[in-house]
Design a protein. Structure first.
Length: 158
């Protein structure tokens, strides 16, 4: 009987903790399409595949001028899946396109808060915050990173 009570208390604590720290309803000031995020202290719970490796001789970009783009190839190596992570450090917006033979093309938009979305960026391909990633499966993906809204500073796989 004591074990049942302890189990029920633990289940109740997890339930209440989930309600407090992982809200499902948007706050009144949030726009539609609100996606809850884990608190910073719980970031270790979020699965992060390993970083995809750039092919030899590839220099990763740290900044792009307005309307400039960078293209490079990344590989997952011997892993089944890896990611190319892009973080917007300074600037308005970055778009990332990744294509891999036999896979659908991926499109990602990273837009600073308050900045206007570039053409083609909608809710389904927006990054959460200032960081996002595209997936590289078994093979090599051609990745194009561009700055459609002016100069940007960025970090790739840091």
């Amino acid at each position: 009987m004591r074990a049942i009570i302890i189990v029920l208390l633990i289940v109740g604590a997890v339930f209440v903790g989930t309600l407090l720290f992982y809200p499902q309803e948007p706050a009144t000031s949030e726009k539609p399409g609100y996606r809850p995020t884990l608190p910073e202290w719980a970031a270790f719970l979020k699965f992060q595949p390993p970083s995809a490796e750039p092919l030899p001789g590839t220099t990763l970009p740290t900044s792009l001028a307005g309307a400039e783009s960078w293209s490079g190839r990344f590989t997952a190596g011997d892993r089944k899946v890896a990611t190319v992570r892009v973080r917007l450090v300074d600037g308005k917006a970055v778009t990332v396109t990744a294509s891999e033979p036999g896979q659908d093309e991926q499109f990602l938009c990273i837009v600073a808060k308050g900045a206007q979305r570039p053409p083609g960026c909608d809710d389904k391909n927006m990054a959460d915050g200032l960081e996002g990633s595209v997936v590289v499966r078994k093979g090599t993906a051609t990745t194009n990173i561009s700055a459609p809204s002016g100069p940007v500073t960025l970090a790739v796989n840091d």
